[in-house]
Design a protein. Structure first.
Ligand code: SF4
Length: 66
């Protein structure tokens, strides 16, 4: 699973970081950054949840990135 984050769409709500801090972080302006683009195990499950929770639709995932 590949996680993608669009910094131009992010509104800095921080919901993703609260949901999975090992995958998502925020820069000094509050804009999302990714600690990893390929989370595994519990982090992958939580990242999947974060994608659904993001209020701005800035997060997306690709199930099979070959
Ligand atoms: S939840 Fe969405 S809007 Fe909020 S910081 Fe994360 S990517 Fe940005």
């Amino acid at each position: 699973m590949l996680i993608k984050a669009d910094p131009t769409a992010c509104v800095g709500a921080g919901q993703c970081v609260l949901t999975e801090p090992t995958v998502f972080d925020q820069d000094e302006d509050g804009i999302v950054t990714l600690t990893t683009t390929h989370p595994e195990g519990p982090a992958a499950a939580a990242a999947r949840t974060a994608v659904t929770l993001c209020p701005s639709g800035a997060l997306s995932l690709v199930e099979h990135d070959t």
